[in-house]
Ligand binder design. Structure first.
Ligand code: ATP
Ligand code: MG
Length: 554
């Protein structure tokens, strides 16, 4: 069953770790998860979290949580806190305290001075436009900046004055001195410090120069004794710079970087910047909108941490394209919920039914278990009544061939109850069916009717006992598999206008005390989760997590 942990699937990173442990290169492993606190995490980050923290668990090593907080304008505390919540919710614990790249700002500065002293870094006064021009192209070598041969003394002086705030934002940078004709553009004297007067969430206004990500990341890894620094494939071309920096300064160790492919999910997007756009433009109700592929959105929708971890295991880790259909994620969630969600009945599009031969006191209610395989979940009485609700979809005046649900003159089994015949459909002035008049066969409680077969079983609720509830039903957020594939078209063009349907219906009153985030299977409708924000005991709100069958396979 899916809630029991499955054995880890082997992958190239595990093979590397196995070899490093076998050869004695490392006696234990240290990984890290290094998010930038510039947005809420998404399902792609969940893959990286499961990888980094999961390896630490499996190999009895450690995994650090380190914020990459080198872009003060875009980062904030709200994002940093949400990321910590997400990691915990997914079931992981980081090693020691939360770490921040900014913890190392002083050390990073000293290492930059070391590079200057070795003639390996210089202050450049070129404007950003000039720098771009000097950088060259993929096919053309770059040119040396006229400031490249400044003396060590002059560079030390200028860099100290950059830090002291003597120069305007953007007027100077510190660059490494590597090779302007390198085939790898990342090695053409990349900038490692820039001047930016921005308030930083941790260091306030202490600094007006900030280190660049590539420079910061490798040094932070080394200072933390990371053994295996795992990142996504777009950093493969940055690895030579990662190694160059560590080779040229006095760090305690030289971690190795390994790259794996990013997760891309069809019919959604995995980019914090684009998810932010959906939020700021009001296309969704917030980062935690249950249609969002954010961890907090998936949580609010009712996805389980176990299901997401199982999904991460199923998709694996490799260097090849990792574009996955939403159906794979949904099926992992469904498999997990199957054995743990109590089953009750709800009606999302109610149609009133009057049982004309109901005899109070004689027509009985039945007890029903909450889960067919788990008697320990308990049971409740499913009350019967003269008036019941059924699902409007379960009735048709002119049913297609093979119809097993209700039609005039036809019979169905009411789940946990009697066989019921529809005698008449009552219509309003416009001709719409607004009520059914039906009769039950009193001899069918818990047994088959004599002399005939009734195939269809439908869910229903006693009108007098049911609890009014709101149901939020979701469809894909986008109408095309890769909404951001075309750079010239705004991905918002492909938003699905029908991604959210709100229905007012009914549910069994036994859920009346359900706490927010309680999950149920509403029979035949799918798995639902009491909304974290809006669900109240007297006013239930349920989000459909996932339907029972794969409704995506068309
Ligand atoms: P985004 O483009 O969405 O902002 P990012 O890579 O800039 O993503 P970070 O906060 O820097 O976001 O990511 C933290 C870690 O998560 C990094 O190691 C990154 O490689 C990993 N990661 C980000 N997106 C994905 C993804 N789609 N699949 C797997 N890992 C990812
Ligand atoms: Mg990033």
């Amino acid at each position: 069953m899916s809630s029991t942990p499955q054995p880890a699937t082997s992958n190239f990173i595990r093979s590397i770790i196995d070899a490093d442990l076998a050869s004695g290169k490392h006696s234990s492993i240290v990984t890290r998860f290094p998010p930038e606190p510039n947005g809420y995490l998404h399902v792609g980050h969940a893959k990286s979290i499961c990888l980094n923290f999961g390896l630490a668990v499996d190999y009895q090593g450690k995994c650090n949580l380190r914020f990459d907080d080198t872009n003060p304008e875009k980062e904030n505390e709200e994002y940093a806190l949400s990321i910590q919540d997400d990691v915990h919710w997914l079931g992981f614990e980081w090693n020691g305290k939360v770490r921040w790249a900014s913890d190392y700002f002083e050390a990073l500065y000293e290492f930059a001075v070391e590079l200057i002293n070795k003639g390996l870094a210089y202050v450049d006064d070129l404007t950003p436009e000039q720098m771009r021009e000097y950088r060259g192209t993929l096919t053309e070598a770059g040119r040396n900046s006229p400031y490249r041969d400044r003396t060590v003394k002059e560079n030390l002086d200028l860099f100290a004055r950059m830090r002291a705030g003597e120069f305007a934002d953007g007027s100077r940078v510190l660059r490494t001195r590597i090779d302007m004709s390198s085939g790898n553009i990342n090695l053409r004297d990349p900038v490692i410090y820039r001047i930016r007067r921005a308030h930083h969430l941790r260091t306030g206004d202490k600094w007006c120069i900030y280190p660049m990500y590539d420079y910061t990341h490798c040094i932070s890894d080394a200072l933390e004794g990371i053994t295996h620094s795992l990142c996504t494939l777009e950093f493969e071309d940055h690895r030579p710079l990662y190694d160059w920096v560590l080779d040229n300064i006095s760090v305690p160790c030289h971690p190795r970087q390994y790259e794996f492919s990013r997760l891309e999910l069809h019919y959604t997007i995995t980019s914090k910047r684009k998810l932010l756009q959906l939020v700021t433009e009001g296309r969704v109700s917030g980062w935690d909108d249950p249609r969002m592929p954010t961890i907090i959105g998936m949580r609010r929708r009712g996805y389980t941490p176990e299901g997401i971890r199982e999904f991460a295991r199923l998709i694996g880790i490799s260097k090849s394209n990792n574009t996955v259909d939403m159906a794979v994620l949904e099926s992992a969630i469904r498999d997990d919920l199957e054995s743990r969600a109590a089953r009750v009945m709800a009606v999302v599009r109610p149609l009133k039914v009057v049982i004309t031969n109901f005899v109070d006191g004689q027509t009985e209610s039945r007890e029903a278990g909450f889960h067919p395989q788990h008697p320990e979940f308990g049971s409740r009485i499913v009350p019967f009544g003269r008036e019941i609700w059924i699902e409007a979809d379960d009735f048709s005046v002119a049913p297609p061939p093979g119809w097993q649900r209700l039609t005039v003159g036809g019979e169905v089994r009411l789940r946990y109850s009697y066989v019921m015949r529809c005698d008449e459909a009552v219509r309003d002035a416009a001709g719409n069916v607004v009520e059914l008049r039906c009769s039950i066969d009193p001899d069918t409680l818990g047994k088959n009717p004599a002399g005939r077969k009734v195939k269809g079983v439908i869910h229903w609720l006693s009108r007098a006992h049911a609890l009014a509830a709101e149901f939020r039903l979701y469809d894909r957020l986008f109408t095309v598999p890769e909404p951001d594939a075309d750079k010239d078209v705004d991905f918002c063009t492909y938003l699905n206008p029908e991604s959210l349907t709100i229905a007012q219906g009914w549910v069994e009153s036994c859920v009346k005390d359900a706490a927010p985030e309680t999950r149920y299977q509403f029979e035949r409708l799918g798995y639902f989760c009491a909304d974290r924000r809006d669900h109240l005991p007297g006013k239930p709100v349920f989000n459909r997590t996932v339907t029972l069958k794969d409704s995506w396979a068309k």
